[in-house]
Ligand binder design. Structure first.
Ligand SMILES: O=c1ccn([C@@H]2O[C@H](COP(=O)(O)OP(=O)(O)O[C@H]3O[C@H](CO)[C@@H](O)[C@H](O)[C@H]3O)[C@@H](O)[C@H]2O)c(=O)[nH]1
Ligand SMILES: [Mn+2]
Length: 614
């Protein structure tokens, strides 16, 4: 809302798939506070326009008196919202008018549930008749939307929510440019909208490129120093998009992306006509947004059976069929002939939160894996259909990610096979004295060297690079492997969980440990088992290898690579040993998981011995 942009041309739509009156209450409060905050930002040319960020940073508050006064208002608003959330209901004292009371009782009736409720569309600020406290500038439109839900009709998770927003915003304001922003991100630079216009305001072909979207990288605040879970995703969000920018443009990564509305309705030269002409991208809305007619249409298009037997999700809007709806949608837009562009200003345009426990991180990555495989193994696989239609390089660019989960196979093999063989005294790699050894050494040093160089030259630190390569190894036998399993069970018709929303609740103790750079296990996640197994097995193999060498049972010449791999695994598993054997805090590895893993290692060893003997 606080963008440096004509306010009467801005409309903010909040999509609440949780359908919570607490969320609506919070936005009502935000709307009130906005009337004070927006003119304050404008007058003082503030760049940190997220009040939370502004008041938390060390700014010497400009215009002291006023800033302090606003800070107090902000704090009291925050307190009201937190209090309401804590109690789980809006107490009477916080309701400021009968009108407000009516809104709540109108929508949240007795039989209201998250999975089953009518659509809610509430104009919280109307640009036409609401001004900020200075009385000079209009406020942007602020509209709360919670689409209709029914237990029997599939809602397509985030993609479904976005398509509802596309239609609702289309029927109410229909602006030609749309920003999608996740609920865990905020705008960090008021000039972003104008930067984006440098691209989207250009004339389309033949005068300029047909840009469907401008993608800003996802960047995060509050990462710990070493970024232990490699949540920065430097390769995905920064390094690769720069490369793709030299071709047809970056992937869409779900948040911080400005779209041309027109791009959701067919390719640049193949416009798809809509069932309701009012929704078409060139329609100009000239009726009041709080009027019966407009609201009626908005409610109509937010219905859960509205999309039945329509092109929504296949040819129109955000695409269904993949849990990575972002990647999937970008892929289709590129296929239709649209281009995209990457914009990476040094001041982050948006900042987001990262998951702070290993389980959350691995679950998020597992969902991505399932989503990517859904595209990779579809009829429209980037490897075949993609390369044919997008060209060799763009097709490869997309294939690289859709098949990314298959890294699970080599990584898992490397996690177990060399150490199991070592324990059995079986040599599986060339000797150091053989010339083939040089190939192995070259490949290892070469790929690790290049990876490190890429990372550092994208303003990374050595410490974060180490975390990044460690997470790459950790993901293999956990997220990616479980992702493959979940995808396979989905293919054979087994029920899966769908879009498991990333945890947004911050536990104080967990936050503290995260800030100190300590891994958070805590829960008995099945994904920890293969990881703990690999950690235990490699430690045993590494120690056994040394003993064998000292006793002369083995020669270093033949077993160097295997001992090296075990040692490398041990080095990468240090946080696991600590969590299993040393730590006593709540974030340690649950004893149950440690014991299970140790037992499995025993079984694995037993099986290999048995197979080899026979
Ligand atoms: O049924 C749903 C599920 C999710 N969301 C929204 O989707 C967004 C992303 O969800 P989150 O749980 O934060 O997922 P992340 O794993 O953090 O999201 C990453 O991965 C997603 C694809 O899996 C992308 O869409 C996101 O932009 C990207 O940040 C949030 O704003 C949610 O409110 C819905 O509206 N409805
Ligand atoms: Mn998120």
């Amino acid at each position: 809302m606080a963008y440096e942009y004509p306010a009467e041309k801005l409309s903010v739509y909040v999509s609440d798939d949780g359908g919570s009156e607490l969320t609506m209450f919070a936005f009502m409060e935000a709307a009130k506070f906005g009337k004070i905050w927006l003119p304050f930002c404008r007058k003082n040319e503030i760049t940190d326009r997220c009040p939370h960020a502004y008041f938390n940073s060390m700014h010497s508050l400009t215009g002291e008196g006023e800033a302090l006064q606003i800070k107090t208002m902000y704090e009291s608003m925050k307190m009201r919202v937190e209090d309401v959330v804590e109690r789980g209901k809006i107490s009477d004292e916080y309701i400021s008018s009968d009108e407000q009371r009516e809104v709540f009782s109108q929508y949240w009736a007795e039989d209201f549930s998250r999975q089953n409720h009518p659509s809610i569309i509430q104009v919280l600020l109307n640009s036409k008749n609401e001004f900020d406290n200075s009385g000079e500038e209009a406020m942007p439109n602020l509209i709360y939307v919670s689409r209709e839900k029914s237990k029997t009709i599939p809602h397509h998770f985030k993609a479904g929510a976005l398509n509802t927003l596309l239609r609702v915003s289309g029927s109410m304001t229909n602006s030609p440019i749309i920003l999608t922003l996740d609920c865990d991100m905020y705008s960090n630079d008021p000039s972003t909208a104008r930067k984006m216009l440098c691209y989207l305001a250009r004339k389309p072909e033949p005068d300029g490129p047909n840009y469907a979207y401008v993608q800003f990288p996802q960047r995060y605040h509050r990462l710990n120093k070493a970024d232990i879970y490699a949540s920065e995703h430097k390769r995905l969000y920064v390094i690769d998009p720069i490369g793709l920018d030299g071709l047809d443009g970056p992937y869409y990564v779900g948040s911080g992306c400005f779209f041309r509305r027109r791009a959701f309705f067919g390719g640049p030269s193949s416009y798809i006509h809509l069932e309701i002409p009012e929704l078409s991208p060139d329609h100009v809305v000239d009726k009041p947004i709080s009027g019966k007619e407009i609201l009626g249409l908005a409610h109509h298009v937010a219905k859960c059976n509205y999309e039945r037997e329509s092109n929504w999700g296949t040819k129109l809007g955000f695409r269904y069929g993949s849990l990575s709806e972002d990647y999937h949608t970008g892929y289709w837009l590129h296929y239709e002939g649209w281009k995209a562009v990457f914009c990476h200003p040094s001041r982050p345009a948006f900042l987001g939160d990262v998951p702070i426990t290993l389980n959350d991180v691995l679950n998020q990555m597992k969902r991505w894996s399932v989503g990517l495989l859904e595209v990779g193994f579809s009829k429209f696989s980037p490897l075949t259909f993609g390369i044919r239609n997008l060209g060799f390089l763009m097709g490869q660019g997309y294939a690289r990610y859709s098949f990314w989960p298959t890294w699970a196979v080599p990584i898992t093999i490397y996690a177990f096979l060399p150490s199991l063989a070592l324990l059995q005294g079986i040599q599986i790699f060339p000797k150091v004295s053989e010339s083939l050894f040089l190939v192995y050494a070259f490949l290892f040093l070469g790929s690790y060297g290049q990876d490190c160089l890429d990372f550092i030259s994208a303003q990374g630190t050595l410490q974060r690079w180490w975390s990044d390569q460690r997470m790459w190894l950790i993901r293999g036998p956990s997220s990616l492997l479980f992702g493959i399993i979940e995808y396979t069970s989905k293919c054979v018709g087994m029920e899966t969980r769908g879009f498991n929303v990333t945890n947004k609740v911050m536990d104080e103790e967990q936050s503290k440990r995260y800030d100190e750079g300590i891994f958070e296990f805590g829960v008995a996640s099945p994904m920890f088992v293969p990881l703990a197994m690999a950690a235990i097995l490699n430690l045993i193999a590494f120690l056994a290898g040394f003993v064998y060498l000292l006793k002369g049972i083995m020669k270093l010449d033949g077993f160097f690579i295997q001992i090296f791999i075990s040692g490398f695994a041990v080095l990468n598993s240090l946080p696991f040993y600590e969590a299993m054997f040393v730590r006593r805090d709540k974030g340690r590895m649950p004893t149950k998981t440690t014991i299970t893993s140790a037992l499995f290692v025993g079984v694995l060893y037993g099986i290999t011995s048995f197979v080899l003997k026979n």
